[in-house]
Design a binder for this molecule. Sequence first.
Ligand SMILES: Nc1ncnc2c1ncn2[C@@H]1O[C@H](COP(=O)(O)OP(=O)(O)O)[C@@H](O)[C@H]1O
Ligand SMILES: [Mg+2]
Length: 299
Amino acid sequence: MSDQASRLRNLVEERAEEEAQERTIGELYFGVSEDTRVIAITSGKGGVGKTNLAVNLAVALQLSGKRVMLIDADIGMANVNLLMGSVTNRSLIDLLDDEVQLEDVVEDGVAGVKYISGVAGIEAALNLNRNEQKKLHKKLGRCSEMADIILIDTGAGLNRNVIEFVLAAEEVLLVTTPEPTSLADAYAVIKAYTTYTERRNIKLVVNRIRDEEECEDVAEKINQTTKKFLELTIETLGYIYEDKNVRESVHRQEPFVIVNQDSAASRCIFELARSLLSGEKMSPVSRGWRGFLDRLFGY
Ligand SMILES: Nc1ncnc2c1ncn2[C@@H]1O[C@H](COP(=O)(O)OP(=O)(O)O)[C@@H](O)[C@H]1O
Ligand SMILES: [Mg+2]
């Protein structure tokens, strides 16, 4: 193992130990709920649709009656607030200020989704000293009082900031598109994940597909490699169609599950949300009229 990798591993183990201790403190002081689900949304390659999934899934889960919190942990590319269509004054890092409480950094987003903006906050947070880390840790502990589900939009790739969030989360959604580069990078994430943790709860979401077969294709390709080299099968949570409504909603700065509830991408998101909540497989989503036309004219 390289020096860097072993340093990373030590760091991760250290944090896990501290977390275990702090959890008891959290329980004592804040009554931290054990039931809150924490789901990290990550990818190998950037620009594959993490933030769109995070925001729209958060809204869909909220609309289905859950209390959802979305934390923007994408360093440098933090843009959850853009897709929520709002400007935020404060980010996670402001919690280091003794005067600032969790409530001060939590924003009310679309449909009542609560979110914490990323901006430049997280990057600095990783260079914090122990005391500062503890402060953040303690203040953030109360997020679980505000939410049944916490979604974390992470950055792409394998850098320390990303992997820490991925490792700390109970569940991980790994987003990929059918592009070969995106697949290769997704595999790299799976490989890193299996190196650092015993957990195996990482599921694929295949974005920007033309038809269901393309999703099956992607899953098969990834699993050929993971089975061969890691003796591991990765489950697929589901897929999202390529849909021009996604880009339009990005321009409008409104989640597509709100602006165009009936679009192919929205119906996929609602189905993904249902699958996450029920534990059942995603039911097939039809692409509707456009899908019909595409098939008819052989696209
Ligand atoms: N299902 C989709 N259909 C069409 N375009 C999409 C879809 N998902 C993402 N996109 C496009 O990709 C861009 C990048 O998505 P984003 O969620 O910001 O990626 P990431 O967070 O992984 O960097 C979006 O602005 C949108 O234009
Ligand atoms: Mg993003």
